[in-house]
Ligand binder design. Structure first.
Ligand code: 9MR
Length: 364
């Protein structure tokens, strides 16, 4: 976290406790925003944002400012947007998010430096065993270097584990793996660390959340073994990111399996970040209030489970309001009703999900 974020976190914590007049606390114990509530548990709360929405929607921008201590550019640091051609970097969108954050003393989390998706066509076409290491180093050096002191943490490698790819180590067969082998991961972390030694470096993945899903339980095992190897080898990796794309239509099975996994990750000396929390309500049946309650219960159960880890440092939701959620295009509801995966509705009012998050942050 940057110094700015720390200051904001402290302020948020104070506002959430002693800073509020007693009559306000009595009238509405949830007058504080999510960041203030999360700060009581030592957690920085933030949301993924798109710069276009911050620029054209001042009510939404104000909501981000009130509820969050950090923002994550949802798409503008991905290779396909940042690097339309091999020689041209387009930093416009990412710069806008960083400027927004700086003006409000918010931290910025960078997403993401290495991913098998969202890459420009020229990368897959031109990547070879000969040029891959130099390309990776150049990209990470340039991007992390540009934002050193402004982007306090990075998803360095995103989604590197895929059991279906049937490698004994569990690593995903991707363009980077085929050109550099498993070393692409340590190389990426080392490059990021060189470019900004103060940045917190995260490896983020999905499919780690549910205790009743065998492939997820297996994936935890693969990842734990990989993380242990990298830590032993001195790779500068500081946190595991659990994305937290939850599914409203399945039971919230976030029990001892998840808690023990987080404990084991913590014992490796790694922090835990929840990097992309939301609840997919595509298959949740019933009226809107009922669906909102199911979504809320899912948030509550997941946050309670991850909060058992003393190493949980960050919770980021993948958006803040249903007004802007990639779930709408990716997982539209079959009945045509708009999706409602986030803590605020399209009118920017708190939903049951917001109150469930507040609850989870308050209970010890
Ligand atoms: O929300 C993002 C969407 O707008 C993009 O089109 C998509 C491809 O770049 O990526 C989405 O975010 C993904 C994130 O980067 C990685 N984890 C899965 C997210 C989608 O749920």
């Amino acid at each position: 976290m940057t110094a700015g974020a720390t200051r904001r976190s402290l302020l948020a914590g104070v506002a959430g406790l002693a800073g509020l007049p007693a009559q306000v606390m009595a009238r509405d114990s949830t007058a504080a925003g999510l960041a203030a509530l999360a700060a009581r548990r030592g957690v920085d709360y933030g949301a993924a944002v798109e710069p276009e929405n911050l620029a054209r929607d001042s009510s939404f921008a104000d909501l981000i400012n009130r509820e969050c201590v950090s923002v994550t550019p949802e798409n503008h640091l991905k290779w396909n947007i940042l690097r339309p051609t091999p020689d041209h970097f387009d930093f416009g969108g990412a710069d806008a998010v960083v400027a927004f954050a700086k003006a409000r003393q918010l931290a910025v989390h960078g997403h993401c430096l290495v991913w098998h998706e969202a890459n420009p066509a020229w990368l897959a076409a031109g990547l070879t065993r000969q040029n891959a290491e130099a390309l990776l180093n150049h990209h990470i050096g340039k991007v992390v270097g540009r934002y050193a002191g402004h982007v306090g943490s990075w998803d360095v490698v995103n989604e590197p584990v895929e059991r279906n790819d049937r490698r004994p180590d569990g690593l995903r067969r991707s363009l980077w793996l085929s050109s550099l082998g498993p070393d692409y991961i340590p190389l990426a972390f080392e490059a990021a660390h060189r470019a900004d030694p103060a940045a917190r470096l995260v490896l983020s993945d999905y499919g780690l959340e549910y205790d009743d899903e065998p492939w997820m339980v297996e994936k935890r095992g693969s990842l734990l073994a990989l993380l242990a190897d990298w830590k032993r080898a001195g790779v500068p990796i500081h946190a595991l990111g659990i994305q937290g794309h939850l599914i409203g239509s399945r039971p919230p099975a976030f029990g001892t399996g998840l808690q023990n996994f987080l404990r084991d990750v913590g014992r490796l000396g790694l922090d835990i970040h929840v990097t992309e929390l939301d609840v997919n309500d595509q298959q949740v049946a019933g009226g809107q209030d009922h669906r909102d309650r199911i979504v809320a219960d899912c948030y509550r159960a997941f946050l309670r489970a991850v909060l058992t880890s003393s190493r949980l440092r960050v919770v980021t939701t993948w958006g803040l309001s249903d007004r802007y959620s990639s779930k709408q295009d990716m997982f539209p509801r079959p009945d045509g009703a708009p999706v409602r995966p986030l803590p605020f509705d399209r009118e920017l009012s708190r939903k049951a999900a917001w109150h469930a998050m507040a609850d989870a942050f308050s209970v010890r």
